[in-house]
Design a protein around this ligand. Structure first.
Ligand SMILES: NC(=O)c1ccc[n+]([C@@H]2O[C@H](COP(=O)([O-])OP(=O)(O)OC[C@H]3O[C@@H](n4cnc5c(N)ncnc54)[C@H](O)[C@@H]3O)[C@@H](O)[C@H]2O)c1
Length: 364
């Protein structure tokens, strides 16, 4: 029996989260499962290299949680799951998300991020065609669609799209499709574009966990180009809470920028992480900074991203909860405390978890 069979009677509404086994998705799933015990939360994820069900060990037996392994690039699989659960809302996070991988294989990003999104839009349209009242399709996107800023200025919701990498181009295309379904078919959509996230469960190919992991192993700390690329960093649990706010209170058809008001040049961020790790590991001050190594730049590297999130604050009253230093420290401590999680990701052992946990028990 799946969790799904146990809780139909008490369900107020069903939310389908795509990409819920990924970095941000797992924080969104956890928040919703605990905060809304009367919602049924369906986590739809293909479990690519980036999907890790070990991120959700604490919620996997919750009565209001169901996992479905499915691929958003398959229209038939998606249509069948929408007909099975008839979700009242969709929060769409599933994506290929790593810029360097998009440079190596752009087509995979078109398939998942563009075609996968259109498959979901079609499936939602199909089940909501007679009555879309109270329904909502929430598309989670990135500030990278806006391109690159100079030393000054911020991205607003009106900033012209100017994607520079295959990743951001695919996310931009998916955003356009979501808005097109709102205008063409009256599909009740809402969107958000968010800055760089950091925090627990981040796949160690991304900058912050990579630096923390390399410091632990006394390995070189690669920094692209001159290190002066600037990003706005948002605590992942703050992103999850912003998604909850926008999903429930955002206006249909609108876009909301989400940011941490927390700009860092890459080199300053890496040095800050070195200092925090030296302290946590009891190393002499400056020890980890000696590992910093400048490496050949990424092609088409955007210089600076920074978000104006004032619409979200003024309209919906949402603001980030955590200050940078505290968030970086908590993240470093999490990676030190969760070495087994990290080792399973680095060795690939996390990919066995689905088979152990789900297939051998007969559960979905
Ligand atoms: N990480 C960031 O800093 C950031 C910032 C802004 C926006 N976003 C957006 O947030 C979303 C989530 O990002 P993330 O960092 O958690 O990504 P992630 O790579 O950690 O997770 C993506 C998840 O999607 C799943 N997935 C991939 N292809 C799939 C497919 N074809 N069918 C079903 N599931 C599939 C993966 O298995 C994984 O669980 C993405 O849409 C991304 O563009 C990310």
């Amino acid at each position: 029996m799946t969790n799904n069979d146990t809780n139909d009677a008490m369900t107020k509404q069903t939310l389908l989260i795509t990409g819920g086994a990924g970095f941000i998705g797992s924080h969104v799933v956890r928040l919703l499962v605990y905060k809304y015990p009367d919602y049924r939360i369906v986590n739809l994820d293909a479990l690519t290299y980036a999907g890790n069900l070990e991120n959700l060990r604490d919620v996997e037996h919750a009565p209001n949680y169901v996992f479905e392994r499915a691929d958003i690039t398959s229209p038939d699989e998606i249509k069948a799951l929408f007909e099975k659960y008839r979700p009242d809302g969709v929060i769409h996070l599933a994506a290929e998300s790593h810029v360097d991988r998009s440079i190596a294989n752009p087509l995979a990003f078109v398939e998942t991020n563009v075609m996968g999104t259109v498959n979901l839009l079609n499936a939602a349209r199909n089940i909501w065609k007679d009555d879309a009242g109270g329904k909502r399709f929430y598309h989670v996107s990135t500030d990278e669609v806006y391109g690159s800023l100079g030393e000054e200025g911020l991205f607003t919701e009106e900033t012209r799209y100017d994607p520079r990498s295959p990743y951001s181009a695919s996310k931009a295309a998916s955003d356009h499709f979501v808005r097109a379904y709102f205008h063409t078919y009256d599909l009740p959509v809402v969107l958000s574009n968010c800055s760089n996230n950091y925090g627990p469960n981040h796949f160690p190919e991304k900058l912050i966990p990579l630096i923390i992991n390399n410091i632990k192993q006394d390995k070189p700390l690669p920094v692209y180009g001159d290190g002066k690329y600037t990003r706005d960093w948002l605590w992942v649990k703050d992103h999850a809470s912003a998604i909850d706010t926008i999903f429930h209170k955002g206006r249909t058809g609108e876009t909301y920028n989400i940011g941490g008001n927390n700009e860092w040049k890459n080199i300053d961020l890496v040095e800050k992480l070195c200092d925090i790790m030296d302290e946590l590991l009891g190393k002499p001050a400056g020890a980890s900074r000696r590992l910093i190594t400048f490496v050949k730049d990424r092609p088409g590297h955007d210089r600076r991203y920074a978000i104006d999130a004032s619409k979200l604050k003024t309209e919906l009253g949402w603001e980030p909860s955590i200050k940078a230093e505290a968030g970086f420290r908590e993240t470093a401590q999490w990676y030190l405390d969760n070495d087994a999680w990290l080792q399973h990701v680095v060795s690939g052992a996390y990919q066995q978890y689905y088979n152990q946990q789900y297939q051998t028990t007969g559960n979905k």
